[in-house]
Structure formats: structure tokens, C-alpha cells
Design a protein around this ligand. Sequence first.
Ligand code: SF4
Length: 477
Amino acid sequence: MPEESEIETIHAPLTGSNVSCTISPRFTCALGGALATVWGIVGAIPIVHSSAGCSRNLYMGQCFGSGWQTYGHARGLMTPSTSLVEKHVIFGGEGRLVQQMKASFEITDADVYFVLSGCQVALIGDDIRTIVDQFKERSDQTIIMVETPGFKGNSYVGYDMVGKALVEQLVEPPNKNEADKKELSVNLFGIVPAQDPFWQGNINELKRLMNRLGVSVRWSGDYDTVDTIKKSSNADLNIVLSEYVGVPTAELFKEKFGVPWIKYSLPIGSETSKFIRKVGKELGIDSKLVEFVIDSEEEQFLKQLDRIGHLYAGFNLQRDIGVIADSTYAIGLIKFLANDFGMNPTFVAVTDEPPIEIHDTIRKEILDLDYDLKPRIIIESDGNKIWTALEETRPNFLFAGSFDTKVAENLDIPRLSVSYPITDRVILSRGYAGYRGSITLIEDMVTILMKDMHLVINSTLVKHGYKKSTEQFAQVA
Ligand code: SF4
């Protein structure tokens, strides 16, 4: 165990000082969330109207922090940008935007362009709308304009800014002929690409489950085409997978096209059965089919849990767990780990700055467990405050992000990266949602515990004059 003085140095330089900013926030700005959302649309190219550095830094921050995910043609690091400098702040940047839009249309090929604006543009008051309207009149390009100054909010806010702009500017009214089709369909909102490092895996598991109910998924955030988004108003239901992210988009969608929406925080493990029942009820699906799907999924899920039973009991894998994650993950992870996997949650830090009016709902959701367990909950985005609370609580396994590596090491707490930013893992299709995702989560957690266990076993063997377990196996072979 480290000395107390060593632990203090983790954040001592800023603790108690007059610094009035958030240390190590676990999100980027609204423009970052907007960019990531656009990068998740097939054939979409963003044109960033902001100062030099915004799109590059946000690309590195938002995408590298989501398990090193990158994007291709005229996206990611190659995102077109007006790269404003001092003279534009003084004389205006409208000319520069016109120039950049013309150049982008000439040398790139997109199904839809998004003009996204940053802080400086909002401050100097460039008339972006008029410029975009003129381009729309003169060219046949599909252009969506979204004002996304970073000071208006974080990545989660940027996601809904793009969502609302799409509902306002791209989604078409329901097509009667298509609406007459027999197949039920839904849209999924609330999973923010890159901000949720497991966004693709999570969406794919939810799509798989919807398909099993005979429901197709239209607009989901996972590489939707422009055509899919355009026709998304033919959906029968919008499902928001967060307590608040995606709600503004779903509300506007309902107002414009009359599509109802429900809210259910990212389901993990057996919570997925409740989620499926809720969706089934809303869509009027035959309860026999709903229960058949749940039974068959739970059978597989329980089979996998059973397979780890001996390991769990034999090595006593139960831990006091801590979670540092956004509200969506905090709710989903705690419910799964406590209700299904027998862990004892002792500490939860909710990091996404949810609106104050839903703080009580988030606390209630986290505490709505099958057992009378009462973890300490803080709703806090400042790294210093989170780490101070973590030191006071000291769980013995931590689900967190890469920012928490040092503090976890100093406190000698094994840690799994599950929340943004994640730079110690590469994440592509991996997901933690649903039944299958929960088993992946167990594999990831137990792998870390068993590495520790191996070290203990080996050092005990060596201490008593035996060879290490691997050497013994080598000898037998
Ligand atoms: S906060 Fe403003 S200046 Fe900073 S990256 Fe975001 S848009 Fe650019």
C-alpha cells in the first residue's frame, strides 16, 4: 500500500487553491459532441466554422479518448475548417466561411454537409444562416446548419443540437405508403458516438434485440445513411437510452411528427428483460413473443453466469465496487453489478453534469436495487473532488476512465476503463449493453481480477519454495 503522503500528491497541487475551473472533465464541448455525432453518419462531412485548433483538438480529445477510434474521408483529422485567426475576430469570418464551403464542395463528395460553428463565431456574430441559405439556393448540396459554440454546453448537449437540427432540417414527414407497412420500427436516441466509447457495440446489441421482437431500427446513431434519417419519422416509437440525453431530440420529433417516445437508461444484464417488456408494451407486441425472446436470451445469459460460478465462489470475486462514469453508465453498471453479479457498490461518481432537476431521479435510479445497498453517490465533474471522495470511500475495484489510472494505482485499486476518456484500450465493436454486453463486462472485469490473483498465487508459491504456476505447467508439458 502506498504511503498517505504519496496519495496526497495525486491532486494536492490544485486542492485548496483558488483555481475555479473543472479539473479533468470527462467530456469535450458542444462542438466536440456535435462533430462526433456527424462523424457517425454515413456520407456526412462537417465544415467547422471556428478558430484554428478547435476541430483538431476535438478530434484528438473526443476520438482518441474513446479507445482510439478514428474516421476517414474529410472527417476526423481531415475535417474542413475555416481555422479563424485574430483578423477574422476583428473583421468577421463570413468571407472565410464562403471560401471554405466552396472549396469543400469542390474537392469533397458528401451526401450531406454540416456547417458547425464554434465559440468565436457566436461572439463575433457572423450571419451563418444567411450564408448557408444562399448556398442552398444556388447548389444542389444538402446542407444542415447547427450553431454549436462550445460554451453552450458539453458533448452531450452537442449531440442533441445536431439531433434537433436533423429533425428540423432533414427528417421528412411520414410517408403514408411506408407507414402502412406491417413491420414495426423504432429510432434510438441518447447514445453519443465517441463520448460513449462503446457506442457501436451497445447500439448493435440493442438492434439485435429489437430485431428479435420483429422490430427494425431506423435512426440509431450507428452509421445511419441520410436516407434512413430522412425516413425516420415513419418509426412507431422513439427510445431514449438516457435520463436526459436525446430527450430534446425526441420531444421535438414528437412535436413535429407525432412519434411517441419512452426513456430507459442503457440496460445491462437482466435489466434488459424489463427494457424489452417496456418496449413490447409500448409497441403492442404480443406478450407471448416478448416472453419467448426474454426466456431464450436469459437462458444464454444465465448459462454464461453459471460458467463463472465456481471461479466466483472459489476465488471470492465479490468486491466493494466504485463507478466513475456518466449518468447513463452509472445507472446501468450499478444495477447489473449489484443485482446480477453480486457486487457491493460503495461509491458512484456521476460525471456528465446532468441538469439539476434530474439529480434526484438519477440518485433514485442508482439506488433502485434488488438489495438494500446504499453506495455513496456524488454528482460531480471535477476530477479533484471525485478523487478526494474516492480516497475517502476506497472501494476495492473501480470502473472508471483513463484519468483515474494514477489515483487507482496509488490507492492500490484494480481498475477497468469503461467511461470516457479511455486511452488504455482500443475499442471498436465491443459493447456492454444488453445481455451479451454484460457477459463481456464480466470477462473484462474478472480478467483483471485474475491477473492480480495470479500474482498472489505465484508470490505465495515462490515464498514457500515452489516454482511459479506457469513454470510448473511448462514442466508437465
Ligand atoms: S470550447 Fe469553443 S474554442 Fe474551445 S474547442 Fe470548443 S468551440 Fe472551440
